[in-house]
Design a protein around this ligand. Structure first.
Ligand SMILES: C[S@@+](CC[C@H](N)C(=O)[O-])C[C@H]1O[C@@H](n2cnc3c(N)ncnc32)[C@H](O)[C@@H]1O
Length: 357
């Protein structure tokens, strides 16, 4: 769907009551933020369009783990809600389109009693079952591992540091712009063997991204949005914009329509605005919607502050990564050098109560 956008664009908010009269089309309303239940929006869209119109659905649904924005749903109610949403939305996705469903884990109980349930297991089964019932040839293309470096610290199991993105297509002619998301070459000067011609063997536009987005060694360094992240708002579980940008660049073209049924503070809308894609998203919570409207308008005006994937951050540039003086001096070799023997070194250490822990 190639849409020429008018120059004076602002994001617009709709509700169930205003959508019918005020929403025209994606040319006139390229950034549409629906305040309300995604099922209501899907019903309204179903009445409006009589053929598939979504190019990319990208979302992170609630996990049903007691976050502030989640109702107290039983497992059956949770599955019923998402069955309903997926059943409604699948027929609205174009044959060239994609779905990126980003999920982590449900954690039951705490401490040694804890157990985890990978949500992608549940969703994959649901997607395939619903697609079969609708006769839609859904294919899982990748299960992308999004690995990040920070998060809660577990003491009775290993700390969780990745979530996954299930990427589905609906036909074999799907949009896939590999060269728009090429990664930095590790060995750019590597050559073919002389027998093969001896030319530089890497691809000029970057190497093909892999399905593990490990951000320590590659240019795709995408931390999750926690307290010190430049994109942090009042929402507890935001998408990093860079993550959606990578998916959007690879899976859509300019002017295409991106949809997020669980939009939070509309990070997907921000990414869409920055990349000249149209956007529609629904969010139940009033305060997230309000924040989302502000952010998408800043993104349209190219004023939204976000973390750009410009390569690996140099930890030495951050004030947080400077080693506290006491820790530096704690190094055994330094201590012995400075205090002459272990007894004196230990005497010195005793003044730092945190060291004994
Ligand atoms: C994991 S968050 C998504 C955050 C989002 N990716 C962002 O970057 O801000 C899930 C969001 O879905 C919203 N939500 C839950 N049920 C919904 C529903 N039925 N319709 C619309 N939004 C819903 C919640 O309020 C929450 O903000």
């Amino acid at each position: 769907m190639i849409i020429e956008m008018s120059k004076e664009i602002k994001a617009q908010t709709f509700s169930k009551n205003t959508f019918k009269n005020n929403f025209k089309d994606f040319k006139q309303n390229p950034y549409s933020l629906f305040k309300g239940d995604s099922r209501n929006l899907l019903n309204l869209l179903d009445n409006k369009f009589n053929k598939p119109f979504i190019d990319l659905l990208v979302t992170s649904p609630p996990y049903n783990i007691g976050k502030e924005y989640e109702g107290d749903l039983s497992h059956e109610e949770y599955v019923a809600l998402h069955t309903d949403v997926i059943t409604k939305v699948l027929p609205m996705i174009r044959k060239t389109g994609s779905i990126c469903w980003q999920v982590g884990f449900q954690v039951n109980k705490t401490g040694r009693k804890a157990s985890i349930a990978p949500l992608d297991f549940l969703y994959h089964e649901l997607f395939m079952k619903i697609a079969k019932s609708l006769d839609i040839p859904l294919k899982l293309k990748n299960r992308i591992i999004w690995r990040f470096g920070h998060g809660g610290i577990a003491k009775t199991r290993f700390s969780g540091r990745y979530e996954v993105v299930l990427w589905y297509t609906l036909g074999d002619n799907y949009t896939f712009n590999l060269s728009d998301v090429g990664e930095q070459q590790k060995y750019p000067s590597k050559r073919q063997t002389l027998k093969k011609g001896g030319k530089i063997s890497g691809q000029f536009l970057g190497k093909n991204p892999e399905d593990v987005w490990d951000f320590k060694e590659t240019v795709w360094d995408i931390p999750n949005v926690k307290s010190n992240h430049t994109e942090k708002t009042l929402h507890p579980c935001q998408f990093p914009i860079e993550l959606i940008q990578k998916l959007t660049l690879a899976l859509t073209n300019k002017g295409d329509l991106v949809f997020d049924p669980y939009a939070g503070v509309h990070s997907t809308g921000c990414s869409s605005a920055m990349l000249d894609r149209c956007y529609i998203g629904s969010e139940l919570d009033e305060k997230y919607s309000k924040m989302g409207l502000k952010r998408v308008n800043l993104a349209i005006d190219k004023k939204l502050i976000y973390r750009k994937g410009n390569g690996i951050m140099n930890p030495k540039e951050s004030a947080f990564s400077v080693m506290p003086e006491a820790w530096l001096r704690m190094s055994a070799r330094n201590l012995l050098k400075e205090y002459g023997n272990a007894k004196n070194a230990y005497k010195y250490l005793k003044q730092f109560p945190e060291i004994d822990k």
